[in-house]
Design a protein around this ligand. Structure first.
Ligand SMILES: [Zn+2]
Length: 139
């Protein structure tokens, strides 16, 4: 049997279309028999998101999508580790952080240089015909 997806009508008038439960026409989130369980899952999910947002705000952490934010995480870890009592494990963690910092500094430097080169070469460098790997998306 083909799973045609959840038929629950969303507030925008379109069908949910999430995979329907076996033998049903609705998904887990829209099955009236699972309403209590789904509500609890939503509540727990909300608590986790709020906690993650609070911790991220406290540590001024914006994720791991840029070299800068990865450096921020490394700094936080290094500061927290520095505050611990001296031990072999603490020193190993700090040495590892220093090594990681070196790699991030190098990556950040390369990113900066690449941006400068791209700016100097201009938009022609992004023309599809010039791409070494044309199947790759242009950034
Ligand atoms: Zn649904």
């Amino acid at each position: 049997m083909v799973n045609r997806g959840c038929t629950y009508e969303m507030t925008d008038g379109l069908a949910c279309q999430a995979p329907a439960l076996r033998g049903k026409t609705v998904c887990y989130w829209h099955d009236p028999e699972k309403a209590e369980e789904a509500a609890e899952a939503r509540r727990i999910g909300g608590m986790h998101r709020r906690k993650a947002k609070s911790v991220a705000t406290i540590y001024d952490f914006a994720g791991l999508r840029t070299v800068e934010s990865a450096q921020r995480l490394l700094e936080i870890a290094a500061i927290e580790t520095l505050a611990l009592e001296n031990s072999i494990a603490r020193n190993r963690a700090l040495i590892s952080a220093a090594a990681g910092a070196g790699k991030l500094i190098e990556a950040g430097d390369l990113e900066e240089r690449l941006t400068a080169v791209e700016a100097a070469v201009g938009p022609k460098a992004h023309a599809d015909g010039d791409a070494a790997f044309p199947e790759e998306p242009v950034r």
